[in-house]
Design a protein around this ligand. Structure first.
Ligand code: DGL
Length: 281
């Protein structure tokens, strides 16, 4: 197989700023690589959308990022991964490899849980897909998954408002059934949630392990580049840039706060129009 050229960036996409938690791990592990990040903010949130809509979005963004140059594609969104990873891999076969966020996280959770009672916080789309049940059944057949759909959480985080009582109440409310179930491990099944990890850890208590996918994805990116022989030399400092489909100023304002790194210039790229999320779900 012909591999994409090593000098191309790694492309990462999410519905909004959530994928920055994955990008950051990649920037730490692979400081010599270049990255392009796409936030589909015009069509946020993905968590209320149908699998058909999510597959169409993922294919569109895959093509869009490939056209701009990408040597590897990272779907840094659990909702899109749950609905679209297999079809995206088929559509881009032979052109670029695609990494998703669900399998590596389930593997981590399987290694961490002692009781086998594993909690999941995720968007309605991800919970409805059953993707974590399937992934966990493979990595820990004895474990039981307690899934909680959190329709309000990613939108509150994406809005980038104050960390106030509303956010705290929201997190406490979603964690309550997991506490009642006595889980010893909680999977953050949405890339937005690590941004409120301190709230989740306090709601669950110190004894509960919280698993997110950023580090595992960064490891997988490194492995894929190595296997394909398309790594950059480590003696350089990589660059990164941001694209979004909605308002670039709004993306920058929230993005810089969560990435805690300069964003540089954020470019707007048009995508196909979509009906309002709830109507499409
Ligand atoms: N970050 C996306 C995910 O991981 C969810 C946010 C959304 O609903 O768009 O599922």
């Amino acid at each position: 197989v012909a591999h994409p050229h090593a000098s191309l960036p790694v492309a990462v996409f999410d519905s909004g700023v959530g994928g920055l938690t994955v990008l950051h791990e990649c920037l730490v592990s692979l400081p010599h690589e270049d990255f392009t990040y796409f936030g589909d903010t015009a069509r946020f949130p993905y968590g209320e959308r149908s699998p058909v809509a999510l597959r169409a979005f993922a294919l569109e963004l895959g093509e869009l990022l490939l056209a701009r140059g990408a040597k590897l594609l990272v779907v840094a969104c659990n909702s899109a991964t749950a609905a679209a990873l297999p079809s995206l891999r088929v559509a881009l076969e032979g052109r670029v490899r695609v990494i998703g966020v669900i399998a590596p996280e389930s593997l981590l959770a399987a290694g961490v849980t002692r009781s086998g009672e594993v909690g999941l916080l995720a968007t309605p789309a991800t919970v409805a897909s059953g993707a974590y049940e399937r992934a966990l059944a493979t990595s820990a057949p004895e474990a039981r998954l307690h899934a909680v759909a959190c329709p309000e959480l990613a939108p509150l985080i994406q809005a980038g408002g104050e960390v106030d009582d509303r956010l705290v109440d929201c997190v406490e409310g979603y964690c309550a059934p997991l506490r009642a179930a006595g889980v010893d491990t909680v999977i953050l099944g949405c890339t937005h949630y690590p941004l409120v990890r301190p709230l989740i850890q306090r709601a669950m208590g110190r004894g509960v392990a919280i698993v997110s996918s950023g580090q595992a994805i960064a490891d997988e990116v490194a492995r894929e580049l190595r296997l394909a022989g398309i790594e950059r030399k480590v003696d350089r400092r990589g660059s990164y840039r941001f694209l979004c489909s909605g308002d670039p100023q709004a993306f920058r304002r929230v993005g810089v706060r969560f990435l805690q790194m300069p964003l540089g210039d954020v470019r707007r790229v048009a995508v196909a129009a979509a009906p309002p999320a709830r109507a499409a779900a």
